[in-house]
Design a protein around this ligand. Sequence first.
Ligand SMILES: Cc1cc2nc3c(=O)[nH]c(=O)nc-3n(C[C@H](O)[C@H](O)[C@H](O)COP(=O)(O)OP(=O)(O)OC[C@H]3O[C@@H](n4cnc5c(N)ncnc54)[C@H](O)[C@@H]3O)c2cc1C
Length: 289
Amino acid sequence: MPVEPPIETPRTLADAFALLATSTPDDQLTPIAGGTDVMVRITGEIGEPPGRLVDLGRLDELRGIQADGEAITIGALTTYTEIRRSAPCREHLPALVDAAATIGAAQIQNRGTLGGNIANASPAGDTLPVLLALDAEMVVGGQRGERTVPASDFWVAYRRTALAPDELILRIRIPVRGGRETRFRKVGTRRAQAISKVVIAVAWRESPGSPAWRDVRVALGSVADRPIRAAAAERALEGRSPTPEAADQAADALAAEIHPIDDVRSTADYRRVVAARALHRIVRDAGGW
Ligand SMILES: Cc1cc2nc3c(=O)[nH]c(=O)nc-3n(C[C@H](O)[C@H](O)[C@H](O)COP(=O)(O)OP(=O)(O)OC[C@H]3O[C@@H](n4cnc5c(N)ncnc54)[C@H](O)[C@@H]3O)c2cc1C
């Protein structure tokens, strides 16, 4: 029988930082937020079980969604249910709300947190392409201070992040940009409780009176060892109107630039074709043809 790991429950962020600073390779501390990923690992059947746990649940500093004119800032402990219900998220970050609505089912959405999805760093994590497409920044910190890491630099390898062992994700800052449109699409085996086979988020801006897309972002999950931006597909759409030709070229560029793998959930071929079709469909819907 697996042994339940010991759990520390700091009352303040400073206490949590002090605890994490004592983490060593022999006595590793694992933060636990909603626990929907950590608890799955607790039996040790899928890899090394967590050691001592640090419960973040009392750290109110990591909660809440704030909006100023320039950005929406989301505390790391914010749950998917809170994101779905948040007026600023619904107004300015509809793709994140759409992603939150596809995660697990109500129980997981009530417990699972945005910070947990980001730190867990699964290539299939559904919010991660959205954060890439929205140019999000992770504000992380520990006893040595705070720093900001752009989403594009955050996932550094398979299930590895730029986070140091003594750091926490504190909040996620997502710039609000005038004229920005976003789309999210997840393809799984079924509509709920499914891990993505392909997940795509697309963002672009339109100027008044011009249908041309600028600042195009195409981000994907489940097609590489980490969430990625698709640079060639972005180039194929940048400065263009959402015409059939632009959609064809972007889809071809995307299919050529990604290198998904076969695994238990899907095949590389399926992922490549579906990713390209999903992008094509998003452009087509935006173009209204
Ligand atoms: C039935 C089920 C269905 C699911 N469906 C989906 C799905 O559809 N899509 C999807 O993307 N995911 C899904 N998940 C995975 C999971 O729910 C999400 O990844 C969730 O966001 C994890 O958040 P959490 O708060 O529960 O994280 P936890 O389990 O508490 O932590 C996850 C990891 O992040 C670390 N961590 C947590 N918070 C912080 C922080 N603030 N700073 C630093 N490190 C931190 C922990 O140490 C741990 O390594 C599912 C899980 C289950 C069990």
